[in-house]
Design a protein around this ligand. Structure first.
Ligand code: UD1
Length: 416
C-alpha cells in the first residue's frame, strides 16, 4: 500500500495547476447514461474515483474512449442497468447512476452504498424523490430495484439539502413526462455544472444554483461537449497548505468564484489573497491567526474544507472552534493530528483547536479523503518526517498530489 513521506518545514512557493472538479465530473459522467449519442468531456481529472465510475459505466455497456483532449462516453450500447455492491461499496457516488438509469432504461438495480467512514449517509431522499416521480421501488438483498415505464414530473421537497440527491433527481427529471420541481435543492456549483452540461444535451432546466430547480421533461437528450469546472476543494486545499507553511503561491486554471467563504476565512487568518480571472495568489503571514468556522451547505463553509482548516488552526495563534453540521463522524483526523502534537478537544460536533508553536513529524493514517488532506498540510508544517499511510484515500480525490506539491517546493515522496 502506498504511503506519502513528507519532510516538513518548507514554505510552499511557485505555481500549480488546478484539475477539473471530482464532484462535478462524477455526476456528469453519469449524464452519459441519459442519451444514446456521444458525450465529450474535457478537463476530467485523473483520479481513482473517476476510474471507478468509468469501470461501472463500462459494465453497463457505455463505451469509453480517451484521447488527448478528454473522454468520449457513448451510451448507445447501454444494456445492463446494474451497479453491483463491489463497485458501489468503494464509492458512494455510484448511487448517481440510479436516476439516469430508471429514466432511460425504465429499470435499475443499484446496490445500497452501505456504511461510510464519515457518517451513515443514507440514500432515502434519492429513493423518495424517484417514488414521487412514479417509480416503483423495492429494496431487497441490499439492492435498490427501481422500475418505471416512464417517470412523471413531480414536486419534490427533500428533507435536507443533499448534493448527490439533487443531482440524481435532476438527471432523472430530464426525461420524465412533464415538469419536476425540486425544492430545498442543493445550490453547490457542481450542481450548476451538471445542469449546464444537461442543458447542452437538450435538457430544459431553470433555477440550478438556487434552492428551487425546475425541469421540463423532454423525450430524448442528444450528445454534447462539456468542460468540467475547476475543483474548488483542491484549490482550497492548496491555499491552506500554502497558508500553513507561510508560503506564497499562485494557483492557475481555477476560480475564486465559488470559494468566497474559504477565501474570507484565509484572509481573516491573515493571508493576502489576490483574485485574478483564472488564477488565485496567496501570500501567508509568518504566523496565522486562529479562525473559527461552522460547516453548512453551499454557499456557507464547505464540509469538504473542514479538515484542512483544522490543520491550519493547529499551528495558528489563538483558539478556534470548528463546528461540523453535515456529517456526524467527520473528526477522524483529530486523533491523527494529535499524534503530530496538535491540541484539539472534541465536544459533540465541535472541535476546539488551541494553536501550538510547532508540530512534530510522526507516522499517521489517512482515514478518508479530506482527512488525508489535513494530514498532508500538517506534515508540511511539522518538524521532521511524517509518513502518511493508506493514501489511497488521497488518490481518490487529488490528482498527482506529490508532483504538484513538489513543484511548489515541498519535500514529498510516494513510498511504495
Ligand atoms: C456530496 C459530496 C461530498 C460532500 C457532501 C456535502 C459528491 C460526489 N460528494 O456528498 O464530497 O462532502 O456532498 O457537501 O458530490 N442525507 C440523508 N439522506 C439522503 C441523502 C443525504 O440523510 O438521501 C444526509 C447525509 O447523510 C448528510 C447530508 O444529508 O448528513 C448531506 O449529504 P449529501 O449532500 O447527500 O452528501 P453527498 O451528496 O453524498
Amino acid at each position: 500500500m502506498d504511503k506519502l513521506l513528507i519532510s516538513g518545514g518548507t514554505e510552499l512557493s511557485g505555481e500549480a495547476v488546478i484539475s477539473g472538479a471530482k464532484n462535478a465530473a462524477l455526476p456528469i459522467l453519469c449524464a452519459s447514461l441519459l442519451t444514446a449519442e456521444p458525450l465529450h468531456l474535457t478537463n476530467v481529472p485523473q483520479l481513482n474515483d473517476i476510474a471507478t465510475m468509468l469501470r461501472l459505466l463500462g459494465e453497463m455497456g457505455v463505451g469509453v474512449d480517451r484521447d488527448d483532449d478528454g473522454l468520449t462516453l457513448a451510451g448507445a450500447g447501454l444494456d445492463n442497468p446494474v451497479a453491483s455492491y463491489e463497485r458501489v461499496k468503494t464509492m458512494r457516488a455510484s448511487i448517481l447512476v440510479l436516476g439516469p438509469l430508471v429514466a432511460r432504461c425504465g429499470e435499475a438495480r443499484v446496490s445500497l452504498p452501505g456504511g461510510c467512514a464519515i457518517g451513515a449517509r443514507p440514500v432515502d431522499q434519492h429513493i423518495k424523490g424517484l417514488q414521487a416521480m412514479g417509480a416503483e421501488i423495492t429494496v431487497e438483498h441490499g439492492y435498490v430495484h427501481a422500475r418505471a415505464a416512464r417517470l412523471k414530473g413531480a414536486r419534490i421537497c427533500t428533507d435536507m439539502v443533499t448534493v448527490t440527491g439533487t443531482e440524481n433527481l435532476m438527471m432523472a427529471a430530464c426525461l420524465a413526462d412533464g415538469e419536476t420541481i425540486i425544492e430545498n435543492a442543493a445550490r453547490e456549483p457542481e450542481v450548476v455544472d451538471l445542469a449546464n452540461c444537461l442543458v447542452s444535451m437538450g435538457a430544459r432546466i431553470s433555477g440550478a444554483g438556487t434552492d428551487v430547480i425546475r425541469i421540463q421533461g423532454v423525450d430524448r437528450l442528444h450528445g454534447a461537449t462539456h468542460s468540467i469546472m475547476p475543483d474548488r476543494i483542491e484549490t482550497g486545499t492548496y491555499l491552506c497548505a500554502a497558508a500553513a507553511t507561510g508560503g506564497n503561491i499562485r494557483l492557475t486554471r481555477t476560480s475564486a468564484a465559488y470559494l468566497d467563504t474559504v477565501v474570507d476565512k484565509l484572509m481573516d487568518a491573515g493571508c493576502d489573497i489576490v483574485v485574478e480571472r483564472d488564477a488565485i495568489r496567496l501570500a501567508a503571514p509568518a504566523r496565522l491567526k486562529a479562525v473559527s468556522l461552522r460547516t453548512a451547505p453551499y454557499p456557507a463553509f464547505p464540509t469538504d474544507m473542514q479538515a484542512q482548516f483544522m490543520a491550519i488552526n493547529c499551528v495558528a495563534d489563538g483558539v478556534a472552534t470548528i463546528r461540523e453540521t453535515i456529517f456526524e463522524n467527520r473528526f477522524m483526523h483529530v486523533n491523527e493530528l494529535m499524534r503530530l502534537g496538535a491540541n484539539i478537544q472534541i465536544e459533540g460536533n465541535n472541535a476546539i483547536v488551541r494553536g501550538v508553536d510547532t508540530l512534530e513529524g510522526a507516522m499517521v493514517m489517512a482515514t478518508d479523503l479530506r482527512a488525508s488532506a489535513s494530514l498532508v498540510i500538517a506534515g508540511l508544517v511539522a518538524r521532521g518526517e511524517t509518513l502518511i499511510d493508506r493514501i489511497y484515500h488521497l488518490d481518490r480525490g487529488y490528482e498527482r498530489i506529490e508532483e504538484k506539491l513538489a513543484a511548489l517546493g515541498a519535500a514529498v515522496r510516494r513510498v511504495t
